[in-house]
Design a protein around this ligand. Structure first.
Ligand code: ADP
Ligand code: MG
Ligand code: ZN
Length: 479
């Protein structure tokens, strides 16, 4: 049988770090990037005799995430201990939620090549993150950093509804944008605040029973997720085609070799000995509490997209790209407030800004200039102070050393030449230097005009006003 005879089935477990100021059970800060072990206390270091107290914001953020993904919110939930040993987990248990998660039975809608599709969410629960092991190349050992221990997470578990790596990517992007919009997580993939475990199985098309799955842990870039899925699907099909059986195991994806490697097998055999944490009280939520959070939910990506179609006349495709990221979409709206030119802002975001983001592998949240500065750049073009080719150079400069576009233009001497005398001078100089093109033009070759304009642009290093140049050439050529 060929690859075409198989169906791929996937379900995801996504971990998102919540952007609360303090940790889930103590008052240590959660800020990323501090010196190792400087954001710790006896509670998050797991000292015996300490008592955890649940951070209310964590519940609020998780409920928000649940409501934004169409979940039912549990009125009565609790925390459980998940017991296992690992050096980054000082208590030897993680406080998580077992049989009573905060949110259940939700869905996220994605666009597929066959139209809209609902990906069902099994649950969203809250839990604490573990610490981090730093493998020390010099000393040969591993060093434990507990700054991340106790940082609040939500784990979002999907049903096995995903059928291709494209669907997985679409689902992750949608989920990420929802979490960004409701401002519960910054979802910075490089910093690990949005990461996914991908469960993959294959079955022959038409089979009712799901195949045996493997689980690939903690991937944090779209590219590695797609590559890992493609590799793992091929590997599983090969195993079956060769008469073997896929084993249920946990895999580690290695980006360098482009392969998956076993981490531990028989995930099901691992017994976490879950039990309710006796140090924490049950989480009881009132109707009123949930409704208040529901009322405060902001506009979500889907409705923002619809609004852009109507309000600004954006194309479906552009509206989708811009609203997929809250930061891009805030940049869009902020710049329009300044320059009142939605079409230009749309074009700059879709073309030049997106291209630079791609080339530099930067996320929209990392764009170093603000929406006012983008708006000002567009005003400068609209007023004719700079040409759009100069504006492209200004934009690159805004990414590299963010400051007001006016300052960049002043410093670099990039102001457009719109002075009639100056333009005429250049035109005459170019005409004199290119008698052949002049003759060509007069002989009916209209293309020669383009060449002359190009020469004049070169002469002024792109600063001449192109409309004025054109007109001046036409006038002079008539004489
Ligand atoms: P755990 O990994 O903790 O054992 P579950 O058994 O609930 O948890 O499954 C976790 C994830 O695996 C879910 O997202 C689920 O949709 C997915 N999953 C379960 N069975 C399969 C399968 N046969 N193929 C692909 N994904 C699966
Ligand atoms: Mg799992
Ligand atoms: Zn602490």
């Amino acid at each position: 049988m060929s690859r075409e005879d198989y169906e791929v089935v996937m379900g995801l477990e996504v971990h998102a770090e919540l952007s609360t100021k303090t940790k889930i059970f103590c008052s240590c800060p959660t800020k990323f990037g501090a010196a190792p072990n400087t954001q710790t206390c006896p509670i998050c270091m797991g000292m015996p005799g300490t008592l955890p107290v649940l951070n209310e914001k964590v519940v609020e953020y998780a409920v928000k995430a649940g409501l934004a993904t169409n979940c039912e919110i549990s009125r009565n939930s609790k925390n459980d201990r998940k017991n296992y040993f690992y050096p980054d987990l000082p208590k030897a248990y993680q406080i998580s939620q077992f049989d009573k998660p905060l949110c259940e039975h939700g869905y996220v809608e994605i666009d597929t090549k066959d139209g809209k599709k609902k990906i069902r969410l099994t649950r969203i629960h809250i839990e604490e993150d573990a610490g981090k092991l730093n493998h020390d190349e010099f000393a040969g050992g591993s060093l434990v950093d507990l700054n991340r221990a106790g940082v609040p997470l939500i784990e979002i578990v999907s049903e096995p509804d995903l059928r291709s790596s494209e669907e997985v990517e679409e689902y992750l992007r949608k989920l990420k944008s929802i979490l960004e919009y409701i401002e519960v997580s910054d979802c910075k993939m490089q910093e690990g605040s949005f990461r996914a475990d991908v469960n993959v199985s294959v079955r022959k098309k038409g089979d009712a029973k799901l195949g045996t799955r493997t689980e690939m842990k903690n991937m944090n870039s779209f590219r590695s997720i797609t590559r890992a899925i493609e590799y793992e699907v091929d590997r599983q099909i090969d195993v079956i085609e060769e008469g073997g059986e896929v084993e249920q195991e946990t895999l580690r994806w290695d980006d360098v070799s482009g392969k998956t490697f076993p981490m531990r097998d028989k995930e099901d055999a691992q017994d976490y000995r879950y039990f309710p944490d006796p140090d924490l009280v049950a989480i009881k939520l009132s109707e009123e509490y949930i409704e208040n959070i529901r009322k405060e939910l902001p506009e979500l990506p889907e409705s923002r997209k619809e609004r852009y179609l109507k309000e600004y006349g954006l194309s479906e495709k552009d509206a989708k790209i811009i609203t997929a990221s809250k930061y891009l979409s805030d940049l869009f709206e902020g710049a329009i407030k300044v320059c009142n030119n939605p079409k230009a802002v749309n074009n700059w975001i879709i073309s030049d800004i997106s291209r630079i983001l791609n080339e530099t592998e930067m996320e929209p949240i990392e764009i170093p200039f603000d929406s006012k500065q983008l708006g000002k750049l567009i005003i400068l073009i609209d007023k004719g102070t700079i040409s759009s080719s100069i504006a492209k150079k200004v934009l690159v400069e805004m990414f590299e050393h963010p400051r007001d576009p006016e300052d960049i233009i002043d410093e670099k001497g990039w102001v457009q030449i719109s002075d009639e005398g100056a333009i005429k001078e250049v035109v005459l100089k170019v005409l004199e230097a290119n008698p052949k093109s002049v003759a060509d033009y007069k002989g009916g070759k209209e293309k020669a005009l383009g060449f002359l304009v190009g020469q004049a642009m070169k002469e002024t290093r792109g600063k001449a006003n192109p409309q004025m140049l054109n007109q001046m050439f036409l006038e002079e050529l008539k004489n």
